[in-house]
Design a binder for this molecule. Sequence first.
Ligand code: 13P
Ligand code: SF4
Length: 300
Amino acid sequence: MKELINEINELKREKDAIIIVHNYQCDEVQDIADFLGDSLEMAKVARDSDKSVIVVCGVDFMAETAKILSPNKMVLIPDKDATCPMAHMIDTEILSGLKSHNPDSLVMCYVNSTAEIKAHSDVCCTSANAVKLVDHFTNGQPVIFVPDMSLGNYCRIETGKDVILYEGFCPTHHRIFPEDVKKAKEEHPAALVLTHPECFEEVINMSDYIGSTSGIVRFIEKSDCKEFIICTEQGLYHRLKKENPEITIYSPCELNICPNMKKITLEDVRDSLENMQFEINLPDDIIHKANKALKRMLTP
Ligand code: 13P
Ligand code: SF4
C-alpha cells in the first residue's frame, strides 16, 4: 500500500492535482486526502483551489458541483459509477410539474441532485446550511424542497416556513430506524445521539445534535462526552476515531453503509491520475444556470 500511496503522491505533483475526499469514503482513501470534509466544504475547496486538476473522491453530484464551481479546471471522479441514488429520484419533468402546481414558490434543491436539477432551481443547499438558507431566502412565499423529504421536513420544522416536500430519500439513512436508536440509547445511556438530517423525523427527535457530517466532527471536538451513538453512514466513524482516540462510537445498526461511497479504491485514484479519468463534462448552459443556484448556496 505504501508504494501505491507514493505513486499517487508522485502523480499528484506531476499533474498539479488536489484530492478532495468525502467523510464517508473508505478509510484508506480518507487517509490520502488533501482535503477531507462534508459536501459544503468540498464545494468551497473545489471553488477556491488553484490546482489544474481536481480529483473528487465521493459520488457524482460532488464531482459535478466541483465542475460547476470551477468550470475551467479538469474535474475527475475515479469511479464513474459512484452515484447518489437520491439524486436520481427526481428529474426535470417532475420538478416542472411541482413548479406549475406551486407557481410562486422558491425552488431549493439539496446539493445531492443532478446538475440539471440545480440548473432548474433558484438556490442549492447542503445539510450544513439548509435551515439557514430556507430562512434567508424566503420572504412569505413557499419553498419547493427537492429531492430529500427528510431534510426538507427538518427545514420545515426548524423554520416554521411553508416547505413543499418531494418524496426523495436516502436509502442508507432510511435504514436507521427509530427502534434501533431507542435500543442503542437503552444500551448506552451515557451516550449522546448525533444525527444527520437525512434520517427519519422520529430519529431526529431522539437526537442531541443534528448536522452535516463535518458538523458532527465539530460537535465531538467540543464535547466533554466520551460516548456517541452516530446516526449516519459508517464511513464517518474512521475520521471520528482517528481524531478522537479516547471516544467510543456506537452505530445504531449495521446497515448504515452507502455502497456508492465505498466504490473508489486507492488503485482507482492512481488510475484516475495516470489516465486523467473519468472527466466530468457538462453542457455550458447547465453549468451557467446551476452556477447561479450554487453561488447563492455559498454567499450568505
Ligand atoms: P454531508 O454534506 O453532510 O457530508 O452529507 C452528504 C451526504 O451524502 C449525506 O448522505
Ligand atoms: Fe446519497 Fe445517501 Fe449515499 Fe449520501 S449516503 S451519497 S445521500 S445514498
